[in-house]
Design a protein around this ligand. Structure first.
Ligand code: EPZ
Length: 434
């Protein structure tokens, strides 16, 4: 298993580039199921979850080609025939977002067999709202042997009201509705930019959608969809992670290729803690932190509130801020996996239910730490960038799920970070962990 070796203390200075949004790419790739024509997607990030989605689509009979190269890398997907509309457990267990193929498969073929996604490190991650919506649209769904089997002659438009705001639930049912018979009214939808990205692709494919990006979406079903070319959004969570890296290391970092309009809550919070944040046009943000940072509370909310996917990264910053920061995690029931590892590095954090109390500034010391999930891993990278000494981060495959070449990008702006592939357990590491 690959590890990162990170020596702390270097301020990040320079310009770092943001890749395409993983959480846009996943639903947009699934949308290719809805047509026999070819879909071409640009700005798809080279991360593990995308590779998993490519394998999933190929296993169902899709042709998926990653056209790499300096000039306009893109992904071509054609689901001319779907010989095996089954999302197998072996793949789904590695990526629960595989449930995004459920709606499009039923809409396109009238049938879908999708392994029930297990929970994950951050919570139970049920998909009951996806199922409830499909049943309301006329699908019959049986759950047995760990699989969901959904069938429908043709889905019918319906009035769907989400009991809870769900990002992939909104995306899954949006993809089901675009080929349904009649009109679908969806209320209490997720407003994340990734939903808007998907709706833009579906519209380019011939779908009739109004209200994407708001809580209420109206879809008028059509008979068929055609191919399209589409460039997905930059990754707002990767951009936010880099902005925090610039602030925590007291550097001077320009994050380019991002969309500042998607980062409102994060930029406001960085200013509140005392970082200097400047917008450079519409695609770059410069962050500097000259003086000491001040504590500030966060409460994770659905978009446009402070993103849960930035909570762990912000907590690392809060360990270095002067004062007490309260971190409320309102979206997932177990998204504090990074806390114990941060404490092992010297952070002062107490957790009570969904609230973590962070007292700073706490000098961090290097340690051998374990990555547990995608964003917890990012939090440990940020902490290691300011810890005294050289940290060893194990199981960085969690990072590779959603961050493209992060060690190369950070190294390019001054971080002392290297990847060690299949590293044996060193004596130093044993000393740190025994
Ligand atoms: C998406 O997950 C993202 N993943 C997550 O990013 C992100 O943390 C999450 O939205 C919240 O913003 C992708 O887009 C691939 P939800 P999703 O459905 O859709 C409950 C990352 O780090 N819920 O919005 O699975 C659920 O348990 C990942 O990139 C139900 O109860 O999240 C949670 O408490 C992690 N029933 C809340 O809703 C359902 O049927 C929000 O979950 C669906 C969800």
């Amino acid at each position: 298993m690959d590890k990162f070796l990170i020596s702390g203390g270097a301020p990040l200075v320079g310009t770092i580039h943001v890749s395409g949004a993983k959480n846009s790419a996943l639903p947009c790739m699934a949308a290719a199921i809805l047509t026999e024509d070819e879909i071409v997607l640009e700005n798809i990030p080279h991360v593990r979850d995308i590779e998993t989605e490519r394998k999933l689509l190929a296993s169902m009979g899709a042709e998926v080609e990653l056209v790499d190269g300096p000039a306009n890398p893109h992904t071509r997907i054609r689901c001319a025939t779907l010989s095996d509309p089954v999302a197998k457990y072996e793949i789904v267990k590695t990526m629960r977002a595989s449930s995004l193929v459920l709606g499009p498969l039923v809409a396109r073929t009238g049938m879908a067999r999708v392994a029930m996604p297990g929970g994950c490190a951050i919570g139970g991650r049920p998909i009951d709202l996806h199922i409830k919506g499909l049943e309301k649209m006329g699908a019959t769904i049986i759950q047995e042997h760990g699989y969901l089997e959904a069938r429908a002659e043709r889905l019918k438009g319906a009035h769907l009201v989400f009991d809870k705001i769900t990002v992939t639930g909104t995306e899954d049912l949006l993809m089901a509705a675009v080929l349904a018979e009649g009109e679908t009214l969806m209320e209490n939808c997720a407003r994340e930019p990734e939903v808007t990205d998907l709706a833009a692709l579906l519209t380019a494919m011939g779908a009739r959608i109004e209200g994407a990006g708001t809580s209420t979406i109206v879809v008028r079903g059509v008979e068929r969809l055609h191919g399209a070319n589409y460039r997905i959004n930059p990754d707002r969570i990767e951009a936010g992670t880099f902005l925090i890296a610039g602030a925590i290391t007291h550097g001077d970092l320009t994050v380019e290729g991002c969309n500042p309009a998607h980062l409102g809550a994060v930029l406001d919070k960085l200013r509140e803690v005392g970082a200097r944040v400047d917008l450079l046009g519409t695609e770059a943000v410069r962050v500097r932190a000259i003086g000491p940072l001040q504590a500030a509370d966060i409460s994770t909310e659905e978009y446009p509130g402070f993103p849960t996917d930035m909570q762990a990264q912000y907590m690392a910053l809060a360990t270095q801020s002067e004062g007490v920061s309260l971190v409320h995690e309102n979206i997932f029931e177990n998204r504090f996996m990074h806390v114990q590892e941060l404490i092992r590095m010297g952070a002062h954090i107490k957790v009570d239910g969904r609230i973590a109390t962070v007292r700073g500034p706490a000098p961090l010391s290097a340690a051998a730490v374990m990555c547990s999930d995608l964003r917890a891993s990012a939090s440990l990278v940020l902490a290691a960038l300011v810890a005294d000494g050289r940290s060893v981060l194990d199981r960085v495959y969690h990072m590779d799920r959603g961050y493209e070449r992060i060690e190369q990008k950070l190294h390019g702006v001054g971080a002392r970070i290297e990847r060690v592939a299949n590293a044996p357990v060193s004596q130093e590491e044993e000393a740190l962990t025994t």
